[in-house]
Design a protein around this ligand. Sequence first.
Ligand code: C5P
Length: 399
Amino acid sequence: MLELANKRVLLGVSGSIAAYKSAELVRLLCKQGAQVRVVMTATATEFIQPLTFQALSGNVVYSAWDDADRGDGMGHIELARWADVIVIAPASADFLARLRQGMAGDLLTTLCLASDGTIAVAPAMNRLMWENAATKENLAVLKQRGIHILGPGTGGQACGEVGLGRMLEPEQLARDIPTLFSTGILSGTKLLLTAGPTREPIDAMRFLSNRSSGKMGYALAQAAIEAGADVTLISGPVALPSPSRAKRLNVNSADEMYDAVMSEVAANDVFISAAAVADYRPANPSKEKVKRKDDNVDLALTQNRDIVASVAALPNKPFTVGFAAETSDVEVHARGKLERKGLDLIAANQVGEGQGAEVDDNAMTMYWADGSQHLEKTTKNKLARQMVAIIGEHYRAES
Ligand code: C5P
């Protein structure tokens, strides 16, 4: 099972002899489907070569301040935004002290300071350093700030002593890292979600479709799984790996998607309609490939059934969430759809100008009958987690 499919893990390596074990950690994270980028402190590079991490992660390794720079001096902010989670393993006593102080004297501490996401540290140090009041106080403060502390373990140490302070074994860390994504807000709920485009056949070879990549829907499916939901994903044709632990049903046309949704929906508490369903289909699709003629062709289109509106009209309707991708007057159109389709929540965004379909970043506003919340532009993975938190909150308030 790919527990970390599509996840972006930024692995920070600080100066400790345990740094060599992080090479194995990178391998295990990649094996679970994660994209891994490694940032090393200067001291870490004295313990292990950046090339080792580069070969294992398949990405360049960052260490010096300007390694992440692409000419605008903003590389550190980009890297922090890129990460779904920052894991510092090993985290030396010195690194923990600097993190606690909010120092930004090198790339790795700066990234942590510039991140509003999940940060975890795997301490590694001699047992007396671990037991020192200064370290204890640093850890307590970091914990209180919401930083996850993984370990340390106990056992023999490089200095010959035995006790607490060993970095957790890579296998253990590779098991712990996926749990950093769990929130539990949708525990015990069944959630049905559509994603991707639909294809409306014109003839045996051709179809009408749209630019949807499915990324937003798949990120939502993954975020819902992490929030504890039992997820069924009805997907149009996309080139994305299945989220771990989702039941996935593949469809092509809006009609097939309608049928799949209607046969699954009764068992579900929440329905999210993230698919870009075609509003129209060719009225008379041909079984044969249509031959070129020496004339123009008119393509007659007929309306597809509105899936999300049909779900919202069911007597025992699930908590229903729709999407509105608009090129103008986002709020007006979104609120119109919220009401007309009988939705509980609608996620609306401006499309075009490098936003919306096909891209990795997105901004979104969630509207409900008497309120709204804007979510700033960020990666679709992070956005999905924020959206699931809002969906969970509203679902809980109504049920
Ligand atoms: O009306 P519009 O297509 O912009 O509405 C978008 C919302 O309606 C999305 O949530 C989309 O998944 C859903 N929809 C649907 N069935 C259709 C068309 C759109 O469920 N036939």
